[in-house]
Design a protein around this ligand. Structure first.
Ligand code: OAD
Length: 232
């Protein structure tokens, strides 16, 4: 069985990372449009860099939760038949043990040089304008796909969805495209696991509500025939 899983901020919420739209539309005190657009970066690069420096530093203080662990367990069984496509810029899937993870919105622990176009693994701050390790210019920005920019690797995602038997969407509000359209691109049956019905819940064959740390392990158990599942 070929499975494509899409994850959003909701899967990392129980690890202690804020979602984007659950606290009155603010993300760590900011309107996402003020920190997650190329225009915001042009207007005030220092503010945007500081914001992402804080998010990058926060990663060191959190750990994967039972939902990330369950997806790693699923990959251990399905191997290449599972692809996790994530909108998240954290690295909690990888730290839980998943290897087949595609970050369509980029990654916090990566820096992109706008002069030489190289990308570098990055754990420290960017706000102090460090030089690019490749070309030496102080033009590193977060390797994050901002609003108005093109998500990474959509050809790969489209192909995987066109060949899958099951598409599962976990912890995403379903309002940001193209991810919100994946349910329509999926060839197989579709399932949503979310705290509440998402904007696109009625497009899924089935929608289950609850915290990811409970729903995801239960669904993985069900798929692998290992113990009790859940239907709510
Ligand atoms: P959102 O904040 O829009 O949605 C998070 C979803 O997770 C909501 O539907 C919540 O109900 C749900 N949720 C919250 N806690 C949960 C839990 N414990 N278990 C299960 N579900 C839970 O985040 P995304 O949909 O990921 O883009 O946002 C999509 C994109 O918009 C992000 O990647 C980001 C943002 O702006 C960029 O930065 C480009």
């Amino acid at each position: 069985m070929r499975v494509v899983v899409l994850t959003g901020a909701g899967i990392s919420a129980e690890s202690g990372l804020s979602t984007f739209r659950d606290s009155g539309g603010l993300w760590e005190g900011h309107d996402p449009m003020q920190v997650a657009t190329p225009e915001a970066y042009d207007d005030d690069p220092g503010l945007v860099q500081r914001f992402y420096d804080e998010r990058r530093a926060a990663l060191a203080r959190v750990r994967p939760n039972a939902a990330h662990d369950a997806l790693a367990r699923l990959e251990a069984r399905l191997g290449e038949d599972l692809l996790v496509v994530t909108q998240n810029v954290d690295d909690l899937h990888e730290r839980a043990g998943s290897a087949r993870v595609h970050h369509i919105h980029g990654r916090l622990r990566s820096a992109w040089c706008t002069t030489c176009d190289e990308r570098h693994p990055w754990d420290g701050p960017l706000g102090d304008r460090p030089p690019c390790p490749w070309c030496g210019e102080a033009t590193l920005r977060p390797d994050i796909v901002w609003f108005g920019e093109i998500p990474y690797g959509m050809d790969l995602v489209e192909r995987a969805l066109g060949e899958c038997d099951l598409f599962v969407s976990i912890g995403t509000s379903g309002v940001v495209y193209p991810a919100a359209a994946f349910v329509h691109w999926a060839r197989g049956t579709t399932l949503e696991l979310n705290l509440e019905p998402s904007a696109g819940a009625s497009d899924f064959a089935e929608s289950r509500q609850g915290p990811a740390s409970r729903l995801v392990p239960a669904w993985v158990n069900e798929l692998l025939g290992e113990g009790p599942g859940t239907s709510t």
